[in-house]
Each structure stands twice: as structure tokens, then as C-alpha cells.
Design a protein around this ligand. Structure first.
Ligand SMILES: Cc1cc2nc3c(=O)[nH]c(=O)nc-3n(C[C@H](O)[C@H](O)[C@H](O)COP(=O)(O)O)c2cc1C
Length: 191
């Protein structure tokens, strides 16, 4: 699938069929995240894969998001900041959050390209999830990603238009002449 198509196709899915994605596809999607950029090429990520339905149910409960229990598999994205902090000090912690976010997006896009649906889950108590999964204190839980195949058809969320996302030269500054008028309607990406 072409990259732009995958990016536009991805959406959060919160209702899953009773069908498990293949291991080969899950591993392929995780491997794609390892190809991404990392500050100093220090990859600090760990992926915890949960298949045990009892554990998935407990995690759904801890997240207070009942829909998660429908997923047949969870990918819990974690990062160990130790090395980045040692090399870059406090800035290393910023890098850690940034590269984890980039990796999560790659994971979601990789899954989409393989026909697998998912959702980025960030609302949970770090403490409770760490305790449940024996994750050490110095490791961050960056996201929980339930995966599966969409049941029904969730509407794709509306996105902010490009025109409202740009400033020119200085913060808050519009272009004097509208870019889209200058280039013509056809110039707009995604149309
Ligand atoms: C950092 C972050 C945390 C999120 N946490 C949750 C969550 O806890 N539960 C949930 O259902 N969706 C969560 N989402 C998904 C967003 O709700 C979703 O991306 C947004 O509504 C836009 O929809 P889309 O992903 O279909 O484009 C999260 C997304 C991000 C980036």
C-alpha cells in the first residue's frame, strides 16, 4: 500500500471481530518501528505482547476502557530511559518520549498496511499497569495498543484542515496571499 494511502486510511478502532491477527504480521509491524530514527541511534524500546485473554480483560479493567477486552492481542510499548538519560541528561528524557511516539505511529501505520486495526491507548495509571505486568519502575509505559480486525465500521475522525495548521516565517503569521488560491485548488494535498 502506498504510504499516503496508509496514513489516510489509519483510524482508531475500538470494536473487534473474534479473529486473531497472525504472528508474522504483528512481528513485521513491530520490526518496522525498529527502523525509525532514534537519537544517537539508541533504541530504547521494548514491546510487551499480551495474548492471555484473562490478562487482556484485567488490563481493560485497569484502563477503565471496557472495549479493550474485545482485542485478541495487546502490544504494550515501553521505553527504558536509562541509557538516553546517561548520554543526553534531561534532554534524553525528551528524546525518549519523542522517539517512542514516532515508533508508536510507525507501529499503527505498519499494522494498517497489513490490514490490521488498532488504537493508541494512553489513558491508564502507569503504576497499576506496571504492577500488573511486572514492569520495573524505571521503564515507561508509552502506550497500550489493542489490535484486531474491525467489527462494524467506525467513522473516521475529522481532521484539522491544512490551511489552519500553517504559519509563515514567524509564529502566528499568515501568508499575505493565500497559498491555495495562488497554486489553484488542485494543489491541496489529499484532494
Ligand atoms: C497520546 C494518545 C492517547 C490516546 N489515548 C486513548 C485512550 O486511552 N483511549 C482511546 O479510546 N483512544 C485513545 N487515543 C486515540 C484518540 O482518541 C484518536 O487518535 C483520536 O480520537 C483521533 O481518531 P483517529 O485515531 O481515528 O484518527 C489516544 C491517542 C493518542 C495520540
Amino acid at each position: 500500500m502506498e504510504l499516503a494511502h496508509v496514513v489516510r486510511k489509519r483510524k482508531s478502532v475500538r470494536s473487534f471481530k473474534n479473529k486473531k491477527p497472525s504472528w508474522k504480521d504483528i512481528l513485521e509491524a513491530i520490526d518496522l518501528t525498529l527502523q525509525g530514527p532514534f537519537a544517537g541511534n539508541h533504541n530504547h524500546l521494548r514491546f510487551l505482547i499480551v495474548e492471555n485473554m484473562g490478562l487482556i480483560k484485567e488490563i481493560a479493567k485497569l484502563c477503565e476502557q471496557n472495549w479493550i477486552k474485545e482485542a485478541k492481542m495487546l502490544i504494550v510499548v515501553c521505553s527504558d530511559d536509562t541509557h538516553l538519560e546517561k548520554v543526553y541528561g534531561e534532554r534524553g528524557l525528551v528524546y525518549s518520549r519523542q522517539q517512542a511516539g514516532a515508533a508508536i505511529q510507525t507501529l499503527l501505520l505498519g499494522l494498517t498496511s497489513l490490514g490490521i486495526d488498532s488504537c493508541w491507548v494512553g489513558a491508564y495509571s502507569d503504576e497499576l499497569i506496571k504492577e500488573k505486568m511486572n514492569v520495573p519502575q524505571h521503564v515507561q509505559i508509552e502506550a497500550i495498543v489493542p489490535v484486531g480486525f474491525e467489527q462494524g465500521r467506525e467513522k473516521k475522525a475529522e481532521k484539522k484542515p491544512l490551511e489552519r495548521s500553517l504559519y509563515w516565517e514567524k509564529w502566528g503569521q499568515d501568508r499575505k496571499k493565500g497559498l491555495f488560491e495562488e497554486e489553484g485548488e488542485d494543489y491541496r494535498p489529499g484532494r
